[in-house]
Design a protein around this ligand. Structure first.
Ligand code: C2O
Ligand code: CU
Length: 433
């Protein structure tokens, strides 16, 4: 095994002079008719002063987090990435967005990394609505945590309901501070009592973030961008969100502040306040409670999951392996580390039931690129709702069963979104026959 020297996909720096797209011809037909949403992101290395006064040496897409990208279903999203000085090079991966393979932003697989002075234009149809995000995929374990990330939200074709307050909240730890959006301290947002609020939480960190929503009953309205109708109202329920995952929380604003916080965060929180006055610091931001039962949440799906054509399985673990000739504990898939893990090979149109077993004592947020899987069971408990995810919070000892529909041809990564685990080998390919 020689994982460390072969991580072109997540960890290495490519040295070619041009950032060349590969397989642009795989862009799917049926391009949308809506307008083009044109954005330019400048990646750079800079010292950022947080609103707490703390300074951090960051890598940014011009701001921390990067610009909030927004489009409407049916639009074309076009984003030009310019590298203004990220020495490792940079790419944009559209996390959770099932883009054509050539737009997936994986250096060494779908394109070369965009080196300083270079640029690359991404273009894809806005076909999925909901909450997503983007981040660099070049030396991602080191560079994404430094700030190369931002949100992508796509509104439904009939537009966003203007009566609903809509807040996009990437939550990220940098320099020991937890940022809610761009705020290292408390982000206070005025929302009139009686108004509906949608809070789009995005976990851009490496570990599961445990959120609490204190002050009002709420519903979990969407998971990983997909609406989850019929979920009961919750109160004092902790929402554990996988690394890379998204939860949309919906509530009706009461006459007093509501606090959205993450466990263990030093100071960071989103406070919704009817009169703009935050809750006093004496009110605890994070409130402990039972965790949401994701397997049992939401109304039963109108259509039961279709029968799979076949079953595949893989096991994630941490095992003693020889890496560069030295024995060490490595994050493994079926006992191997990247690039020695066999790909999951699928045929277009096929439905594969995939059983994921976590035999280790760590959480592994497995993330398939280019696809959403329908979750069939979580640790033996059947999921009745139409729960579609791209970032699976696979806890120690758990077994998840998911249905993968092979509907997006290409060569894709499937990896742990604890990016340190990915760098250390917990990466394999999903390949079309
Ligand atoms: Cu958000 Cu390959 O990752
Ligand atoms: Cu992992």
């Amino acid at each position: 095994f020689h994982a460390a020297s072969h991580h072109s996909t997540l960890a290495s720096t490519t040295t070619s002079t041009e950032a060349t797209p590969r397989g642009v011809d795989t862009l799917r037909a049926g391009a949308p008719q809506g307008p083009v949403r044109d954005y330019t992101l400048h990646a750079r290395s800079e010292r950022v002063t947080l609103d707490s006064g703390q300074t951090v040496d960051a890598l940014t897409f011009g701001s921390l987090p990067g610009p909030a990208l927004r489009a409407t279903e049916g639009d074309t999203v076009r984003v030009t990435l310019v590298n203004d000085g990220v020495p490792d090079g940079v790419t944009l991966h559209w996390h959770g967005y099932d883009v054509p393979n050539a737009m997936d932003g994986v250096p060494g697989v779908t394109q070369d990394a965009v080196m300083p002075g270079q640029s690359f234009t991404y273009e894809f149809p806005a076909v999925q609505t909901g909450t997503y995000w983007y981040h660099t995929h070049q030396n991602a374990a080191a560079n994404e945590p430094l700030g190369l990330y931002g949100s992508l939200v796509v509104d439904p074709a009939d537009g966003r309901d203007p009566s609903v307050a809509d807040l996009t909240v990437p939550v990220h730890t940098v320099g020991g501070a937890t940022l809610f959006g761009g705020h290292a301290g408390v982000w206070t947002e005025t929302v009139a009592a009686g108004r509906q609020v949608r809070v789009r939480l995005i976990n851009t960190d490496q570990l599961t973030q445990r959120f609490s929503v204190a002050g009002a009953p709420f519903r979990l309205a969407a998971v990983d961008g997909g609406e989850l109708p019929g979920g009961a109202e919750l109160a004092q329920t902790v929402l554990p969100l996988a690394a890379g995952g998204r939860y949309d929380v919906v509530l009706t604003m009461p006459e007093h502040p509501v606090q959205v916080a993450v466990e263990g965060s030093r100071g960071g929180a989103l406070v919704l306040a009817p009169d703009g006055t935050p809750a006093p610091a004496s009110v605890p931001r994070f409130v402990q409670g039972p965790e949401i039962d994701l397997a049992g949440y939401g109304a039963p799906a109108a259509q039961p999951a279709p029968a799979p054509d076949r079953t595949a399985a893989y096991t994630v673990d941490r095992l003693l392996r020889f890496v560069d000739g030295m024995p060490r504990f490595a994050f493994t898939v079926d006992g191997a580390v990247y690039p020695n893990i066999p790909p999951l090979v699928v045929r277009e149109g096929e439905r594969v039931q995939v059983i994921v077993v976590n035999r280790s004592s760590e959480v592994h947020p497995m993330h398939p690129h280019g696809h959403h899987v329908r979750v069939l069971s979580i640790d033996g408990r059947a999921v009745a709702a139409d729960l579609r995810m791209d970032s699976l919070d696979i806890r120690p000892g758990q077994i998840w069963t998911v249905l993968l529909t092979a509907d997006n041809p290409g060569i894709w990564m499937d990896h742990c979104h604890n990016l340190q685990h990915a760098r250390e080998g917990m990466v394999f390919h999903l390949a079309y026959d």
